[in-house]
Write a new protein. Structure first.
Length: 232
């Protein structure tokens, strides 16, 4: 019969192994890595008022008056998307060029954002190598308070998004974009952008969808940052 101290040790080891497995399944590839605040340069806040079509509801996250807490990630985390190539569903934007999505300009100013056509559209970033992605930071147009619809963020191992596709964020609560029913909340655009946790998932390609906004049917992207470290 197993003695009590021996049984206690065995139980402790089993619980530790279970915790490690759970962390891995959750996408935390570095559960023991030292985490430090990642400095994010925010653009100036320029808000011209609230769009009248924004109405409170169960699918909309309330706008917070508090600044976003620091994002913690492993040491060495940087924006690995800066100046990386961008493609999109609308190859000839109505305004701007696709390369502006990763040019570092996050301002809510004319010439700082691109406009894609109506309906479901996407932009895609090729990181040129596999990275551990800890978070995405996404800025749509934030010169006024508006809500972009069907915001979906995915990563994949191939440019066609066939191999190892993983969804990091999805607020399409009625599946109107055909990418599955999302459980994340819609949100009001601000100069802070939207921080999307990625938990160290390894990927080369990042794709972001949207389907118009409370302002109009067009799709606008100002900047996308990918906070990551080289894949091990």
């Amino acid at each position: 019969m197993m003695r009590w101290p021996t049984a206690l040790v065995a139980l402790t080891l089993w619980l530790a192994a279970a915790a490690t497995l759970a962390a891995a399944e959750a996408g935390d590839a570095e559960p023991s890595a030292k985490l430090v605040p990642v400095k994010v340069e925010l653009p100036p806040a320029v808000t011209r008022g609230t769009n009248r079509d924004i109405k409170p509801g169960p699918h909309l996250e309330p706008l917070s008056a508090k600044p976003r807490p620091d994002f913690l990630a492993p040491e060495g985390t940087t924006n690995v998307a800066l100046s990386k190539p961008v493609t999109g569903s609308d190859e000839e934007p109505v305004i701007g060029e696709l390369a502006q999505v990763t040019d570092g300009d996050k301002r809510a100013a004319d010439g700082s954002y691109i406009e894609l056509g109506p309906g479901r559209q996407w932009v895609q970033i090729d990181l040129k190598a596999a990275y551990q992605v800890h978070a995405l930071l996404v800025w749509h147009f934030h010169g006024e308070q508006r809500v972009y619809r069907d915001v979906v963020a995915q990563v994949a191992d191939d440019a066609d998004f066939i191999t190892n596709v993983r969804t990091l964020y999805n607020n399409d609560y009625d599946n109107s974009s055909g990418l599955g029913i999302g459980k994340d909340l819609e949100y009001i655009e601000t100069n802070e952008g939207r921080l999307i946790q990625a938990k160290g998932v390894v990927a080369r390609y990042v794709r972001l969808y949207s389907k118009g906004s409370t302002a109009n049917d067009m799709n606008h992207y100002t900047e996308v940052e990918v906070l990551g470290t080289p894949a091990k």
